[in-house]
Design a protein around this ligand. Structure first.
Ligand code: KG4
Ligand code: ZN
Length: 331
């Protein structure tokens, strides 16, 4: 069964093909138009998806050497995400499924991020704990079985990626802030200043990152713009250290609390090498195996949607053509 996966929930337009064994293509077009605005502009995102979605699907089919007629199902993200952006992918998926006479299924974007792990690590066995960490989400989820999830903790305010992006703005490194901060941090002194870690109540697996962002802002105001410029690497290193400390300790605690021996990472922030290394090191100390997908499968991509959709379609599940976008969809 060859399934086309379509992802248009935010600022990446992506289409991919999964044949039950592996991804035969995974085309991702990241909309660069938002960079000059310092963040994603919803109206521009949906307009760009309209322009990009058909060429991206065509490219995915061409790369896989597959004709539309070979498709046996279509999977598409229907939430969470930007309403207008979701609508573009969903409308195209419905139209194609109707004209080809094949089933289509709406996929929860967060579910897709979980499945991305299986594409790169087919040996992963349930149950495990996954840290989904991106620009829009930060949550720890227990995967009891594929598609059977329990949210153990989530952010009460900003997502970790959002904090990277906001601090990136304060340090004037452009959008998105995550990759630039990781690069600056390599040259910085992580002991320059200790920013607060929000562990909230003892035992809670929830996160909070807005206080950390405010502490960075207050520090920058206190030392002035010239000193900020010369201390950019140190501030980046100390901020990143504070985020990673909390992400790692909470995820390790979650795995211990529920008694699983594997941790997976998912989402754009999971690309961060310092996070991967620290989670691996703490995992080793606690006898936990830590895995993450390759960078192209951590960020938003159609491959993870095709993978999830293939599983559900094989179980004879599908969505009605009346399915609407659900911007605030959760587990
Ligand atoms: O999963 P994703 O592509 O889109 C969302 O669903 O949000 O994640 C994008 C987020 C952005 O906030 C970006 O700054 C962050 O992932 N990110 C990183 C890194 N690469 C991307 N954060 C920290 N370190 C990185 N290397
Ligand atoms: Zn995402």
């Amino acid at each position: 069964m060859i399934v086309l996966g379509i992802e248009t929930s935010c600022d990446d337009t992506s289409a991919a093909l999964f044949d039950g064994q592996s991804l035969i293509s995974n085309v991702i077009s990241t909309q660069l138009v938002h960079r000059s605005f310092g963040g994603v502009v919803p109206e521009l995102a949906s307009r760009n998806h309209i322009q990009l979605v058909l060429p991206v699907i065509k490219q995915a089919l061409n790369q896989g050497g597959i004709s539309r007629k070979d498709l046996q199902g279509i999977a598409v993200t229907y939430g969470p995400g930007l309403a207008g952006s979701l609508l573009v992918g969903l409308s195209v998926a419905k139209g194609m499924a109707l004209s080809l006479g094949i089933p289509f299924i709406g996929i929860n974007h967060l579910d897709g991020h979980v499945w991305a792990n299986l594409l790169d690590n087919p040996r992963i066995k349930v149950p495990f704990v996954v840290l989904i960490v991106s620009g829009g989400h930060t949550q720890i989820v227990l995967v009891k079985d594929w598609g059977v999830y329990k949210v153990l903790g989530k952010t009460r305010d900003d997502a970790a990626g959002e904090a990277f992006d906001k601090v990136g703005k304060l340090l004037k490194v452009g959008y998105p802030g995550g990759p630039a901060i990781e690069k600056l941090a390599l040259e910085g002194d992580p002991t320059y200043i200790r920013f607060p870690r929000a562990f909230i109540e003892t035992g809670s697996l929830d996160f909070s990152f807005s206080g950390l962002k405010t502490s960075v802002l207050n520090h920058i105001r206190a030392i002035g713009s010239q000193n900020t410029q010369s201390r950019r690497c140190d501030i980046a290193a100390c901020f990143q250290e504070a985020v990673i400390d909390v992400l790692v300790e909470k995820t390790v605690n979650a795995a211990k609390q529920v008694g699983v021996h594997q941790i997976c990472l998912a989402g754009g922030v999971a690309v961060n090498k310092a996070l991967q290394e620290r989670m691996t090191q703490r995992g080793r100390e606690e006898n936990l195996k830590v895995r993450w997908p390759s960078p192209g499968l951590c960020m938003d991509n159609g491959g993870m949607i095709a993978r999830a959709g293939h599983h559900y379609l094989q179980q004879k599940m599908s969505s009605p053509l009346s399915l609407s976008p659900v911007p605030s969809l959760n587990f």
